[in-house]
Design a protein around this ligand. Sequence first.
Ligand SMILES: [Fe+2]
Ligand SMILES: [Fe+2]
Length: 265
Amino acid sequence: MRGSFKILYLGDIVGRPARKFLLERLPHIRETNGIDLVIANAENATSGAGINLKSLRELRSAQIDVLTLGDHALDRDFCTGADENRDLGNVCAPCNLENGPRCPDFVICESSGIKVGVCVVLGKHFMKLRASCPFKKFDEMLAKYGPSVDIFILEVHAEATSEKIACGWYGDGKAGLIVGTHTHVQTADECILPHGTAYITDLGMCGAHRSVIGRDISAVLESFVNGARCKLVIADEDLRLKGCIVDFDRATKRAIKISRFVHLD
Ligand SMILES: [Fe+2]
Ligand SMILES: [Fe+2]
């Protein structure tokens, strides 16, 4: 058995080009990096807005173990509908929305005998959806599920950098890993915090680097510069996968290393 337990956590997957790129590349990335578990945010997986069953199946085939959602979780009937046969077992929705999607708000995934639990909180600042306090919700989730997992992961899906950094300090020593998502731009502040929690403010995005956070540049410029209401189509040039790889000690289950991850052609 390898020395450390390795988790690859990928940022927001944007549209079909990113799904296709993951299908092509992720199995090999898993193998060559000795990854035990892959978690990815899939809130933009289907045409940039939410996720449907086809995308979910594709991403499972790409060997992603846990898929998280963010503020786009309510964009599609697939996540909000009442059909009990939707097979959303490994899809983790934000836990601090009052009328959130009908998906689990905590997902436990086991790999080589280590149980990893994942939950997502939405930030409260500059977000369209109204969420309850992410700090109090984190405490609640930790008290409820913390004892049943070896590694507790918190994803903070938020616009405000300050809110994500504050969540990092708040959760230091309580969660094994805290990652930020939503801005689609990877930050260079990955670290192990003083009480042992691995942390990064934003994982970045899986999608087209030649874009405006995954969307076609000219369409976004039309919208910003001329105020035109045009379709913000998904960009597909210069695809990259971004996130982080975190090594945990198999005995203590504590984070020992966090590295930014970037894969491109
Ligand atoms: Fe988002
Ligand atoms: Fe996103």
